[in-house]
Design a protein around this ligand. Structure first.
Ligand SMILES: [Zn+2]
Length: 63
């Protein structure tokens, strides 16, 4: 007769939030998926990093 207590709710909420967020491949931060871009199965850029990358595209870049 073990019933889960209501105390687990905050933890679940955090888990749900963490699951909703994505980890940016660049800044390694949990970010909301809005505005981000998927570059591959395990490569996702947050809106901030993507904007930075998109605006920072010089033509004659040296490697
Ligand atoms: Zn980022």
């Amino acid at each position: 007769m073990t019933h889960p207590t209501q105390h687990v709710l905050p933890g679940n909420l955090i888990k749900q939030l963490a699951h909703r967020f994505k980890i940016c491949a660049k800044c390694k931060q949990n970010r909301p998926p809005e505005g981000g871009i998927e570059m591959g199965p395990e490569r996702w850029y947050c809106a901030g990093c993507w904007t930075l990358r998109a605006t920072k595209t010089p033509k004659g870049t040296r490697i």
